[in-house]
Write a protein that binds this ligand. Structure first.
Ligand code: ADP
Ligand code: MG
Length: 934
């Protein structure tokens, strides 16, 4: 495309030649070219940018064949961030020399490529990590290996994992759905591969028009931008040594990457990309951690979305519907990020959960201690991100001072934490060393003992002191102004400053003296960067200028002069300034180096601060809202008394919308030989009117489990919980119309995933399953699914349904119980009570709800008539279905209840004992029945 334009004679100015060269080197970026005080975009880039940023599109030429648009350079940052957030890549083509100092055309080069995954600006959402992800894959089928590396450049957190086997890609999709990386790196060859769906990653082409807020329909819906890299980047020969070099290690074993080459390749490719797009400043990326993705309570991407753990179900809705928002009372950005990560991956290990609950419990009972900890975290800034900016050399003196302010709070925090006694508090805060291998709260996984809790809380007093002793209390924003480094740090610097000061005093004296001598009251000594110091006299006064003045420059209204004396001072001052600027920069660079050397310490402390913050937040909420400590145990129980949905309850309180009606539940999953022994129900089948509270009840159960296993107290009078390994939450298809696949297909794919992977320790929520298809199909599938969960899986299951017929299952399935949300029929229509009690709903109230919604009376009346007719027919049919044995029904792939009844009759017939006449009669009877039924 560029070629076509270059042949255009009008485009061949020197600036445009520079532009085309830059664009050719970075064809996938929006090229922003610095011209004067603007960053300009041209051609297609200009059209895109004007659309996305609502900029006026102009043209370089009269024929309007060269569209362009621009943004002022000082406001560029904000425009660039908007483009990145929409999923674009941006390259900056900067002026490499000062235009004032050159007569020729200014040299321009691409100085930086900005991408969604490498953005590190202050505008990043504090509670969210900004992940750059990289995926490498090898093998096929059962031999598939998928490596995933994740880096948050703003904090330096770098980790990798590996998925193995036939389901590797599905697992990857779940992991990506949780991490929601801003940008994903993938081999170009992989992106275009069209092999069978199970073995191919099937990355859709990066479509700019759908990038941004909208959710794409493919499996990797958390990913905003996909960046293809050449295939060779993802080879072990290239990527692994590159990774080793970046991390400064000879072997990756120590970081847990031994035997995980695919993960190392993904990580190496990521490093390659950083080097390609950034100019240096990657010192803080000095470690990577291998993590096991299958530890902790697993939540697949669909469940995370349906439960609204961190994001509202429909993009654009208020975040207030999320559990994250409801639980976020964290004081620091680090704590917020950990809360988010924890809700996405609660713990699944009893010891870990108990440790957290113990710590929270102690703080709940100790108001003063709790408040002391929370107060000590007031004003703690984002240490991890500040450190990141220091590393990327984008931190000015003010940011370093901000870091110092934060470090200054740490000793107080340690002291406050030390007052607590619970084991986890001691591990986090104390100088009390614990040699035991500890676990990380965010993932519930073991950490390397060398970076674990063994060293005590490092409050980094030394670094704090280093900074405040080096930098002045209120440094200027801009380094060029000077005066960043404190007096007393460097003797030469102090001397030069003294020189500069006396020089400036001398200049003031010269100005005063010359005014007197010439009698020109308006004479001024001035400075500019091109001409240096000069004496300025207005045109009107130029006749009074003495002979010893040397003319430097003539302006419209004034003339500028110099004198030998002035020149001498000028030289003195300028060299002093230049030299002291050099010294300040050198000292600042040294300081930066020292801070970076302590990056590991700082990250470790930040991690502890995050955990302290999270536990204190949980304790604060529990005390404030009167939540109870859940009893977590190794069993199949799920039981709560007077439980409330934390988010709905909170929202009702805030809006004054009445009181949330508490509900209870008691379920028990069965595993192994407990199938026969267990008497408790494992499946609750919930019926009742639309709007009665079924969905709320289901989600409440899941949210309480997520909270309990995160180490948080729960909104219930009492809760008993046998550890859950996975939570599945599915919503009937019609709610998902926006996703571009057949909604019923989506629903069935999701259900298949449950039936294939759920275990006896899982929690399964099925809400209105089968809604996306014809009644009998839907009913039959729901029926068979319930049976399968009951007989083969044993998972604790909540099944909300509008299929009334399913309540008949209670008679056949020992561990299924009917529950209903209650409604009261009054003269004015139905009233929802929102209580859940044992029993099947007597009717579905659909028509009553329709009446509430204001459907015309005639339609309501007619609907009641039609309903009666249908109900009669349906009872017959389902009665027939019921008479089938469960095991047989499960083998049947297709059946219609009525013909099944006839098949049953046939099966029962004793052929040997049948006379020809009886046989004929039977045939006639069956035929009659068939005729009557159809
Ligand atoms: P269903 O799934 O049965 O159609 P929902 O769970 O969607 O019903 O709930 C319908 C409405 O009732 C929602 O607005 C919800 O906030 C409210 N609601 C549900 N459960 C309760 C409860 N226990 N107490 C108070 N309001 C509730
Ligand atoms: Mg519902």
């Amino acid at each position: 495309m560029a070629n076509e334009k270059t042949s255009d004679a009008g485009a061949q100015t020197p600036v445009m030649r520079q532009y085309f060269a830059a664009k050719e080197a970075h064809p996938d970026c929006l090229m922003m070219c610095r011209i004067g005080d603007f960053y300009e975009l041209f051609y297609e880039d200009a059209i895109v940018a004007s659309r996305e940023l609502q900029l006026t599109l102009t043209a370089r030429d009269r024929e309007k064949k060269q569209p362009m648009c621009g943004v002022p350079y000082h406001a560029a940052e904000q425009y660039i961030q908007r483009l990145l957030r929409k999923g674009y890549r941006v390259a900056l083509c900067d002026q490499m020399e000062d235009p004032k100092l050159t007569k020729k055309i200014v040299r321009r080069e691409v100085t930086r490529v900005l991408t969604p995954g490498t953005a590190v600006d202050a505008g990043l959402g504090a509670e969210q990590s900004n992940w750059l992800a990289s995926v490498a894959a090898s093998g096929e089928g059962a031999e598939t290996r998928v490596g995933l590396a994740l880096l948050d450049l703003s904090t330096g957190e770098f980790r990798a994992t590996e998925f193995v086997g036939a389901t590797a890609l599905a697992q990857l999709a779940d992991e990506l759905g949780q991490a929601r990386p801003a940008e994903l790196l993938v081999a170009e060859g992989m992106g275009g591969r069209t092999a069978g769906p199970s073995t191919s990653l099937r990355f859709a082409q990066d479509d700019k028009s759908t990038a941004g807020e909208e959710r794409s329909g493919d499996a990797f819906e958390g990913v905003r931008t996909r960046t293809g890299l050449e295939d060779w980047v993802f080879t072990a020969e290239y990527a692994v040594p590159l990774l080793r070099k970046q991390l400064g290690v000879l072997s990756l074993e120590g970081m847990g990457l031994g035997g995980h080459e695919t993960a190392a390749v993904a990580a190496g490719a990521l490093v390659h990309y950083l080097q390609k797009t950034m100019q240096g400043g990657l010192e803080h990326i000095d470690a990577i951690r291998f993590y096991a993705h299958d530890e902790g309570l697993m939540l697949d991407a669909v469940s995370v979305r349906n439960l609204e753990l961190v994001e509202p179900l429909f993009s654009g809705e208020s975040v207030q519907t999320t559990l994250f928002h409801t639980l976020d009372a964290c004081a620091t950005p680090m704590g917020k990020r950990l809360l988010r990560a924890t809700l996405l991956r609660p713990a699944a290990e009893l010891k870990e959960i108990e440790a957290r609950l113990d710590a929270v419990g102690e703080a709940v009972g100790d108001l003063r201690g709790r408040e002391a900890v929370r107060r000590a975290m007031n004003g703690l800034l984002d240490m991890e991100r500040l450190l990141g900016r220091v590393a990327l050399d984008s931190a000015g003196p003010r940011e370093v001072m901000a870091l110092a302010g934060t470090l200054g709070c740490l000793p107080g925090l340690r002291e406050a934490v030390e007052k607590f006694k619970a084991k986890r508090w001691r591990e986090l805060g104390g100088g009390h060393s614990s040699t035991e291998k500890s676990t990380e709260i965010s993932t519930g996984k073991s950490t390397d003992p060398s970076t674990g809790f063994s060293t005590g809380f490092d409050a980094m007093e030394d670094l704090h002191e280093l900074i405040v002793k080096t930098i002045v209390e209120e440094p200027p924003v801009n380094f060029a102004e000077g005066g960043v480094i404190r007096v007393g740090v460097d003797a030469e610097l102090d001397e030069l400053r003294e020189l500069g000061r006396s020089g400036r005093q001398a200049l003031a004296a010269i100005e005063e003296r010359e005014r007197q001598r010439t009698g020109i009251g308006s004479l001024k000594v001035r400075f500019n960067s091109v001409f240096g110091y000069y004496l300025e006299v207005t045109k009107a006064n130029s006749r009074s200028v003495p002979n010893d003045y040397e003319r430097k420059q003539t302006l419209v209204n004034a003339e500028r002069f110099t004198t030998p004396e002035l020149k001498e001072y000028e030289a003195k001052i300028l060299t002093a300034q230049e030299r002291s600027g050099e010294i300040e920069r050198r000292i600042f660079a040294e300081l930066r180096r020292q801070l970076l050397d302590a990056a590991g310490r700082m990250r470790e402390t930040a991690r502890r601060v995050a955990e302290i913050d999270l536990l204190a937040c949980f304790a604060h909420l529990a005390a404030l809202r009167g939540w109870a400590r859940p009893e977590v145990e190794e069993s199949g129980v799920l039981e709560f008394v007077a439980g409330r949905h934390p988010v709905v309850e909170r929202r009702m309180e805030e809006s004054g919308g009445g009181r949330f009606v508490p509900n209870s539940i008691s379920l028990e999953g069965w595993f192994g030989d407990s199938k026969e022994k267990s008497t408790g129900a494992s499946i609750a089948l919930i019926t009742g009117p639309n709007m009665g509270g079924k969905s709320t009840y289901l989600r409440q159960a899941a949210l309480l489990v997520v909270m309990a296993q995160s180490g948080c107290f729960v909104p219930a009078e009492r809760m008993r919980l046998g550890l859950v390994d996975r939570i599945y939450t599915r919503i009937g298809a019609s709610d998902n119309v926006a996703r571009g696949r057949s909604t019923f297909m989506v629903e069935m794919t999701e259900t298949a995933a449950i039936l294939n992977t759920a275990t006896a320790k899982s929690l399964v929520l099925l809400d209105e399953m089968g809604r996306g298809t014809a009644t009998y199909d839907g009913l039959s599938l729901a029926w068979a699914t319930v049976e399968f969960l009951h007989e083969k899986i044993g998972a604790r299951t909540l099944f909300a349904t509008h299929y009334h017929e399913l309540t008949l299952l209670e008679e056949r399935l020992a561990r299924l119980k009917n529950m209903r949300v209650t409604a009261k029929e009054t003269a004015g229509g139905i009233v929802f009570l929102h209580t859940v009690e044992a029993g099947a709903a007597s009717k579905s109230y659909g028509i009553d709800v329709a009446k509430l919604a204001g459907l015309p009376g005639a339609v309501i009346a007619r609907a009641r008539e039609v309903l009666k007719l249908h109900e009669r027919a349906e009872t017959q049919q389902v009665g027939a279905a019921l008479s089938r044995g469960v095991g047989e029904a499960m083998q049947m792939t297709m059946f219609t209840p009525l013909s099944q009844k006839i098949v049953d009759r046939l099966a029962e017939v004793d052929l040997d004992g049948l006379t020809p006449r009886e046989a004929l009669n039977l045939l006639a009877e069956l035929q009659r029945e068939l005729g009557a039924g159809s």
